[in-house]
Design a protein around this ligand. Sequence first.
Ligand code: ADP
Ligand code: ZN
Length: 648
Amino acid sequence: MAQRSPEQVLKEHFGYDEFRPNQREIVEAILKGRDVLAVMPTGAGKSVCYQVPSVVSQGLTLVISPLISLMKDQVRALGQAGIPAAYLNSALDSRQQQETIQAAAAGGFRLLYVAPERLSAPSFLGLCRDMPPCVVAIDEAHCISQWGQDFRPSYLGINDFIGRLPQRPAVCAFTATATRQVREDIVRVLKLRDPVCMQASFDRPNLHFSTRRATGSSGPRSKDGMLKKVIEKHGGQSGIVYCMTRRTVEEVCDALRSWGVSATRYHGGLGAAERRTNQDDFVFDRAQVMVATNAFGMGIDKSDVGFIVHYNMPLDVESYYQEAGRAGRDGEPADCVLLYAPKDVRTAEFLLSNGYRESGEVDGPTRQELLRRAHERLKQMTFYATTQDCLRRFLLDYFDEEAPGFCGNCSNCETQFEERDVTLEAQKIISCVYRLGQRNRTVGKATIVDILRGSKGAKIRDAGYDTLSTYGIMEQESTRRLRFLLDALLERGLLDTQIVGRGNYKVVVTNSASAHFLKSGEVFRIKVPRETKRERARKRLREGASGPVGTPTNPKARRHSASARVAAPGKRAAEADPQLFQRLKELRASIAAEAGVPAYVVFSDRTLHEMCERLPCNTEEMLEVSGVGRLKAERYAQRFLSVINASR
Ligand code: ADP
Ligand code: ZN
């Protein structure tokens, strides 16, 4: 058979029309035999990146993953898509393992999933010499970094294993969580050779983030009260509630049941059989809500989770974002709610200190350093729980990604921001940059804020900035709000940044849009952070001392309105036909039950929604629905079409 193109494989086996951003580049790099480092958030579609090349090239791709439950799900889903795959792990008995190894040696599989511990087993090494993999894909690659939150010593054996292969395969590392340091670690420790590095945006626009401070042990403002509201809002949708300790899991699960919610639970204190049963109950929609410790979820790729509630604050932002990211993988709007009480910080500190005291694998000074970094991460997590700024911006900033200061789809943007005319403020800021330019001086954001606020610091005085006419003209504003306004001007192109010097120092400069803005008297109306109580009090104090600053500019001059782009993020276009959707869901449930697979493996909610919108008449039209591949169309299209036809 002639080699198929990646697009053909994507369409025929997975039913998708096009690659998402970055997927195409990664697939091409792998097909060229290049090493890859791919950093993509949960739900971005990492697995397709190595699954498609394995089918195109017809070689063997070895997937190293620490997640035993994921292997089973993925192999099952691949089977549904018509791609031969298998896994080898301790969940198989020795006869099953033997059979799998024989089938693999005969070239029967495109993908073989293994846990890192397997790499040192002689029988496995023997297999890999007879049937060398052309690609080794490493999932959850951040587990290789000692400095990450999820270090696994078994990952350190990967290099050794690759060295023993008759030919070095392309080595591709995938992770959903990586700060700069961890990214560097992955490249260094795995000895990636000139890797193609792809960093997808970490933004998940369909996720709504919120933080809620809880008070009391009962009533609407308590954690239970708020949890109840989230569950009510989501009707019968699946959701996960994460708790810090086993005991809390038990308590919350009992509470949910007493409210009549079908809930199940998962934590390390339960036996393996019960964990498996409870997990399946959740995956197969027999239980609506899973209450769990962070032991749950790695490797569950249930795509129709509508909400994630953190009943306690996690230990770091990496974990939080990974856990919250399990919501809405199908692209539908979903909620990520962090319930926070100050007590959570103390519990977390206690857990950290104890956890590190017990970790016997490292020497004293290293342990001290690990603990220090863990506390630093906890501090950042606490900032997230208490910040009044845009939550999405906070999260993206944490992963070194630039983002606007206002997303419009988080609890802070909804409650802590207000639309205001900030034309005068914008004029002052731009004037300040302009005056600096006249003196041939360019400075970074922090210095501009210092000048406008009239900082008495030595740096400002030594440079003579206190003699500028714009010095101190915004002294009543807080640094936070000034910084926000400055960023907003940069985002909208009314100011620019330039890189200067060898230190990659970023300075702010004016451009033609700045000049036009100052001349034309355009109105600048945007969502800005509300003043906090403290900011208001300070402002009053300062105004009392120096009299009100600034008068509104001439209203006549304000003719044009600068674009106040307010994101109106994604609630789904009014559902085409809720009854049809319900019937399609029922059909999906019975097919899933017949095939013994979870419902979303048959089709995702998103695919069903699209069927309701497009109302396909025949198999050809069905194939145009995103998520319907040829194989699934052959299997299921007729049954779905007859339900759709019956509703016309
Ligand atoms: P990750 O491993 O990065 O968390 P997955 O590989 O599980 O993400 O993919 C997340 C979801 O996105 C899955 O339901 C997957 O089928 C879907 N998906 C992946 N690639 C595409 C694509 N190109 N078009 C549409 N959906 C896609
Ligand atoms: Zn926001």
